[in-house]
Design a protein around this ligand. Sequence first.
Ligand code: ASP
Length: 291
Amino acid sequence: MADPLILVHGGAGSIPAASQHAHSHGCQEAAEVGGAVLAAGGSAVEAACAAVEVLESNPIYNAGVGCALTREGRVSLDAAVMDGHSRHAAGLAALDAFPHPIQIAKMMLEEPEVLLVGHPASEWAVRRGFRRVPEDELTTEAARKQWHLVVDEGADPNFAGGTVGAVVRDGRGQLAAATSTGGTMGKKPGRVGDSPLIGAGTYADDVCAVSATGHGEAFMRAVFGVRVADAIRYGQDPATTLQRKLERTRDLFGGLGGAVMLTHDSGPHSFWTTPGMSHGWWTPEGSGCGI
Ligand code: ASP
């Protein structure tokens, strides 16, 4: 059986030179936290969610604290996790201000529903004991500045960058994928991206786990995640598949982005069609990062 492995991303885009070190090392730190969960015998789902939680706590990324804001300057969060072994999946979309949407998604894996949205989703989370916080607690000065550039000055929102995700293979060879984001900066209230949609931005089964980042509308129309997984299941080479599906998303659907991926017996695999994508990995032999 292949060794345990964790690979995380901190979003695709143009990462300014001044923050590249922090961006990539933040990913390595998250991968190491996920790795510690695996080393202690934790499952792929537990490790993926632990890694994403670290990234949600880091204001440099567009998830949890530091998230992108809607056109009205409000917080609206998307997150999902999929357990490749059981094929259970949970997505939350247009969620209120919760510091760790991925924890809510993890708890939702026990429910029969796959996707909860908006106010009822937030109410469900509160009933299950999660703490909703004032939106200011998740809104950084940098996010507010970027919002102003997009909403008031007409800067191209494209996609915000800084969405976070993790893919994991645990000690039993089981896979999981998790993704969390504030979505695109200045998005229409109610807009949902690819991240919480199983098969688009987040997907895992017994062969492949994938977490995407980029222009969500294109990734949704391309039905990105499950196409990667199925191509590999039916015999395509994993690294070539990831590259081709990202190029397809760009060429046929007009969206740039990137993804992290691993299979039951290969990886880490990452590719991006943007100038960069911060990422970090952990194996029992060591950890590293790149951009
Ligand atoms: N894919 C995310 C979305 O469209 C944004 C991103 O990855 O930066 O919501």
